[in-house]
Design a protein around this ligand. Structure first.
Ligand SMILES: Cc1cc2nc3c(=O)[nH]c(=O)nc-3n(C[C@H](O)[C@H](O)[C@H](O)COP(=O)(O)O)c2cc1C
Length: 166
């Protein structure tokens, strides 16, 4: 394929992926004592037996560097009213947790108010283009009845079921 065709593929790939409604999570880990977190939409369940998930992290992610060292990470599935939390953790810096309520759970930073929680140990890290896929074994879970935050067409929202005809 020539360069123009590749550019077109890359462009349309982004547009197609914008049509995919994704969940939003903050992936967390401890950098020594300091909690660190990163917003992701690229995560999904991988295996039921054993329970596993996967998360795709940019090669330049500071969180990825921490996970490489520590071998564990937390998945905070954000709630519908946490778009501000998603934006806070989508920037760079060591201060993302400043003013944020959280606790230590399974030796991982766990955000207050999230819709769901998965504590994981890293099973493996797999290269994928400019990202690295972290496969996690789930060691702790936490679930609420709160509706989740979603990301679609580059805006945040939440899921609404169709009206059921009676
Ligand atoms: C809605 C949304 C989804 C994102 N999804 C991902 C993702 O799946 N993987 C990723 O590596 N970065 C994703 N990002 C970008 C990271 O949050 C951002 O690059 C962050 O600054 C990385 O921080 P770190 O270097 O501290 O890990 C997303 C950002 C937003 C706003």
């Amino acid at each position: 394929m020539n360069e123009t065709v590749l550019d077109q593929v890359a462009l349309e790939f982004r547009e197609v992926m914008a049509k995919v409604c994704t969940p939003v999570a903050v992936i967390t880990a401890f950098d020594d004592q300091r909690p660190h977190g990163t917003t992701v939409s690229a995560f999904t369940s991988l295996s039921m037996g054993p329970p596993m998930i996967l998360v795709s992290l940019d090669r330049g992610s500071d969180l990825l560097a921490i996970i490489r060292r520590t071998g564990r990470f937390g998945v905070n599935v954000l709630a519908h009213d946490q778009a501000d939390v998603a934006m806070r953790f989508a920037r760079k810096g060591a201060d993302k947790f400043d003013g944020v309520d959280w606790s230590d759970s399974a030796q991982l930073p766990r955000l207050d108010g999230a819709a769901g929680w998965l504590g994981c140990t890293t099973a493996s890290l797999v290269d994928g283009g400019d990202h690295v896929v972290a496969l996690g074994n789930i060691v702790e879970t936490g679930v609420t009845s709160t509706a989740p935050l979603t990301y679609h067409d580059r805006v945040f929202g939440t899921h609404r079921a169709f009206e059921v005809a009676r």
